[in-house]
Each structure stands twice: as structure tokens, then as C-alpha cells.
Design a protein around this ligand. Structure first.
Ligand SMILES: Nc1nc2c(ncn2[C@@H]2O[C@H](COP(=O)(O)OP(=O)(O)OP(=O)(O)O)[C@@H](O)[C@H]2O)c(=O)[nH]1
Ligand SMILES: [Mg+2]
Length: 299
């Protein structure tokens, strides 16, 4: 009996729906999502095993333009993490948002220039296309930008055409033994997921005020069987941000905690006691050493 197994990088500029697509394919929340750009910061594997076929998807941070003088170490980290994911993959899914082509899409296309693996273009969010008739000429137009292995219009959020995209991907998975046991869905720990879920709730509630000047560290993760005790520290850059995060008489932080806890309970399948703390740590997002100690480490 032959089995197939391979790595599939999901790349694109921020906010096009990479993590939404991965979660849809896996049928559960593996990677956090929000309306704000730069939600994903690390490579996250989503492993899908169906019979003889194992597809290992690699969700990546959105590749973005670094602003002159304003680019922080964390932005360089995110772009590097995304580019690194393109090494040694068997197939790439390059996502764009409907019928728009931006300077950042162009940057992604240029990063793909040296990639030998087949690149499938996924045109996402077609559910929001006001003028459906514009799609066909657009597919022809983008199709001329590179020799894509396939072009698939999808709506990741609703799942439209996602099985068709997976079928295209399956064509490029080589014959190989499976690298992961069939019940493993990600390479990340429960601890990592817990931190990410807190970050997701903060991003969803206050993305505009705190784009990337916030990170989450798990200080305690104690599994007592029926209850998991989790303490998470939210680090911000400035005292003003701490105030916003806590909100009037702690309303906002309570809401963030409640939502994060419910998601954690769903993911862990047990009761969770969650404690949240907010601390100001100036300069962490532009300090290579601080970043490393906070888990932003490419090695
Ligand atoms: N209408 C619609 N919205 C979508 C679709 N796919 C994703 N979205 C929304 O687009 C936003 C961004 O989705 P993400 O999956 O976080 O995007 P991303 O590419 O992972 O973004 P970064 O991690 O920041 O690079 C979220 O609000 C999603 O709900 C879709 O097919 N249709
Ligand atoms: Mg993402």
C-alpha cells in the first residue's frame, strides 16, 4: 500500500484569509484569526490525515511591506517566518483577496519567484464579490502573472470550493510515509494555543489601538485533570495601552478573559480557570533579545 505525505505552505499578504482557510480545512481552530492584519506571527502546522493521504499545511504570518524607519524587529521576524516556510515544501497555496492586486501581493509573488514547488493561486472571499461577472476576466488577468499550477476561487469562511482546492493540493503530495501520527493536528503545544487564544481576543476587541504592540506569555499551565489552571500575562508597550486593555472598572479585560476561557475549554475539553495580568514592558517589540525570550525565535 502506498501512502502520500507532504508540506503545503499557505502564503499571502496580511488579512487575506490564510488562517481561516487552514482552520476550515482542519475543521477546528488551530490558528487564530481576526479582522486586523498581522494576526498570525508564527508558522503553525495544521496536519490533516485522511486514509493514505497526509497533508501538512503551514500557516504563515502575512508578508508585508516594511515601512521606512518604522519597521520593528517583530515585523522582520514575521516576514522571515513566512519566507522560511517556503523552503522545502511540496506545494504552495498563494492567497489573494478577491479581484484586488496590491503592492503587497506583488511582494509575495516576487518571493515566490525562486520557489520550484507548484504554486496554486486561491482567490478568496468570493462571497463578497459584488460583481460576480468580474471574476472570469480577473482569473485570466492574474493567471498571466505566473505559471500557476491551478487557480481556484474560494470562500474560506463559508468553505465554498475548499474541497476542490484540497483536491488540487493532493495532486502534489509525494509518495512517502506519514510524518505525524494520524490523530495529531498541529505541532504547537496547548500552552502556545492558550497564549494565542488570549491574543486573538485582544486583537478582536482592540486591534486598532494595539496593532502589534502586545504579546502574551503563559506564566502557569497546570493540568489538574478536571480543571486546567492557566495564568497569562499580556505585555504592552505603554501605560496608556494598559489602561485601554483593562477598560472602565476592568470591563474589557473581563470580557477578553471570558471569551478566551470559553475557547480554551472547547480546545482542551476540560474546565479552565484563567487569570489574566497586564504589564507594561517598553520596547519589547523592537528588541531582538526580548523577542527571543518571548518565543519569537526562528531557530
Ligand atoms: N467574507 C469573507 N471573509 C473572510 C473569508 N476568509 C477570511 N475572511 C475574514 O478575513 C479576516 C482575516 O482572516 P485571517 O484568516 O485572520 O487572515 P490571515 O491571512 O491569516 O491574516 P494574517 O494572519 O494577519 O496574515 C477575518 O475577519 C476573516 O473572518 C471569506 O472567505 N469570506
Ligand atoms: Mg493568519
Amino acid at each position: 500500500m502506498t501512502t502520500t505525505c507532504g508540506f503545503v505552505a499557505i502564503v499571502g499578504r496580511p488579512n487575506v484569509g490564510k488562517s481561516t482557510l487552514m482552520n476550515r480545512i482542519l475543521g477546528q481552530k488551530i490558528s487564530i484569526t481576526s479582522r486586523r492584519p498581522q494576526t498570525t506571527r508564527h508558522q503553525v502546522l495544521g496536519i490533516k490525515t485522511e486514509g493514505d493521504v497526509q497533508a501538512i499545511y503551514v500557516d504563515t504570518p502575512g508578508i508585508h511591506l516594511l515601512e521606512k524607519d518604522r519597521n520593528k524587529a517583530i515585523n522582520r521576524f514575521m516576514n522571515q517566518a513566512a519566507t522560511q516556510a517556503l523552503r522545502d515544501v511540496d506545494c504552495v497555496v498563494f492567497i489573494i483577496d478577491r479581484t484586488r492586486w496590491t503592492a503587497e501581493d506583488q511582494v509575495v509573488l516576487e518571493r515566490l519567484a525562486h520557489v520550484k514547488a507548484p504554486v496554486i493561486l486561491a482567490v478568496n472571499k468570493v462571497d463578497r464579490l459584488a460583481d460576480k461577472a468580474s471574476l472570469l476576466p480577473w482569473l485570466e488577468d492574474v493567471g498571466a502573472r505566473r505559471d500557476f499550477a491551478a487557480i481556484v476561487p474560494i470562500a474560506a469562511k463559508q468553505g465554498t470550493n475548499v474541497p476542490e482546492l484540497e483536491a488540487e493540493v493532493a495532486k502534489y503530495l509525494p509518495e512517502s510515509i506519514h510524518y505525524f501520527p494520524e490523530d495529531q493536528v498541529t505541532d504547537k503545544s496547548q500552552r502556545f494555543l492558550a497564549a494565542e487564544l488570549v491574543r486573538e481576543k485582544v486583537m478582536r476587541q482592540l486591534g486598532d489601538e494595539l496593532p502589534y504592540q502586545m504579546t502574551v506569555e503563559i506564566e502557569e499551565f497546570r493540568d489538574e485533570g478536571r480543571v486546567v489552571h492557566i495564568s497569562a500575562l499580556i505585555l504592552v508597550e505603554r501605560p496608556g495601552q494598559k489602561k485601554i486593555l483593562i477598560g472602565d472598572s476592568g470591563e474589557r479585560i473581563k470580557k477578553i478573559g471570558r471569551e478566551a476561557r470559553l475557547d480554551m475549554e472547547r480546545a482542551l475539553g476540560s474546565k479552565v480557570m484563567l487569570n489574566l495580568w497586564v504589564k507594561v514592558k517598553r520596547g519589547w517589540s523592537d528588541d531582538e533579545r526580548a523577542l527571543k525570550s518571548l518565543g519569537y525565535d526562528l531557530d
